[in-house]
Design a protein around this ligand. Structure first.
Ligand code: GDP
Ligand code: ZN
Length: 341
């Protein structure tokens, strides 16, 4: 999946001169006097966080001169949102010293885009995070009560975006998560368990290494606690769970990228749910590669939902051709597709 800002035809286009010079000038008239910036000297960086129109951008990543620059967004980007995880080109003062300000002039092509709509009927999508390749879905075994349907929604958003989900069950000291986990056996996902003072840091460190992982979860599940354990200087605010409602309280409200070894974890405190109005069911099926192959024999427009006439996956499952695991996977696929119906 990729995304690029739309081509700009307006006269303010920052690369207009570059284009013009590449073409022979048919009239052979004098050189233009007004030189617009080409941003050839732009430096590239990683957007760590966004706060009220100011972007914190890591430049010189991995070099001796690695530092954070503060940037604003150039007006030439118009309505294209810059989000945490974006790779951007900056011009201006990228020194990062107090009072310095640079400008984001370009958003580089994104490898993935995690999006959501405000609710399921809303097709206007909002981008949450760019370039994540993994999603850490944090869910508590108890307090707050785990909601399999909410996890399904996270999974749908991840599969749609081409992001690999990982399930992290917290608070296993409060309840054995076996029954809850039975909901997900048909899905080919890694499950990590966590308990008070027994954070699975080594396992998570290994999973996160070399990746950009967006962490999502309903408030109160212990996501901040986990992030703080993984990134000791993160200082993510730990909320108190209301013992009556099981709800947490968030004091840190911005999405932020934090380094874990040679990987990144992107904490998204504001994201409590995903509207799925923009999702294409084919992307969900595509994440079940084994079933997608079978579905090639389905009639045109088949939804693969229970009762679909002549659905090749359902027929294969009923004929026992997919085995027990295939049946479970079909159940999971139908459940995820059902969240979109
Ligand atoms: P967040 O809203 O998901 O960021 O949740 P927090 O990290 O703020 O944690 C909410 C509450 O759950 C805090 O009181 C934590 O101390 C508590 N908590 C976090 N992890 C565990 C755990 O594994 N076991 C238990 N019993 N409590 C936990
Ligand atoms: Zn079908």
């Amino acid at each position: 999946m990729s995304w690029l800002p739309p081509d700009d035809e307006s006269d303010d286009e920052p690369y207009a001169d570059y284009e013009a010079r590449a073409r022979p000038n048919p009239k052979g008239n004098r050189a233009r006097t007004k030189i617009r910036p080409e941003h050839k000297d732009a430096v590239t960086g990683r957007v760590l966080t966004v706060d009220r129109g100011r972007y914190s951008v890591l430049v010189g990543e991995g070099t001796d001169d690695e530092h954070e620059a503060i940037a604003s967004r150039a007006s030439e980007l118009r309505k294209n949102a810059v989000v945490t995880g974006d790779r951007v080109d900056l011009v201006g003062d990228t020194s990062g010293v107090d009072g310095s300000l640079s400008r984001i002039v370009r958003i580089q092509e994104r490898s993935t885009l995690l999006r959501r709509s405000a609710d399921d009927s809303d097709e206007v999508e909002r981008i949450i995070v760019a370039n994540a390749d993994q999603m850490l879905i944090v869910v508590a075994a108890a307090n707050p009560e785990p909601r399999p349907r909410l996890v399904d929604r996270y999974l749908v958003a991840a599969f749609d975006a081409g992001i690999t989900p990982i399930l992290c069950i917290t608070k296993t000291d409060l309840r054995d998560p076996t029954d809850f986990l039975a909901n997900f056996v048909g899905l080919d996902i890694i499950v990590v368990q966590s308990a008070e003072n027994q954070w699975p840091l080594e396992v998570l460190g290994g999973l996160l290494s070399g990746h950009s992982t967006v962490a999502v979860g309903h408030s109160g599940v212990g996501k901040s606690t986990l992030v703080n354990a993984l990134v000791p200087d993160a200082h993510r605010a730990i909320g108190r769970v209301n013992t009556v409602t099981g709800r947490g309280r968030h004091t840190s409200s911005s999405t932020i990228s934090l380094r874990v070894g040679d990987g990144w974890i992107i904490d998204t405190p504001g994201v409590r749910s995903f509207g799925l109005g923009h999702i294409n069911p084919d992307n969900i099926l595509g994440s079940f590669t084994d079933l997608a192959t079978v579905a090639l024999q389905c009639p045109r427009g088949c939804t693969h939902l229970p009762g679909s006439p002549d659905c090749a996956i359902i027929e294969a499952a009923e004929a026992g051709e997919l085995g027990d695991i295939g049946r479970l996977r079909l159940d999971s696929l139908q459940r995820l597709l059902g969240t979109l119906a």
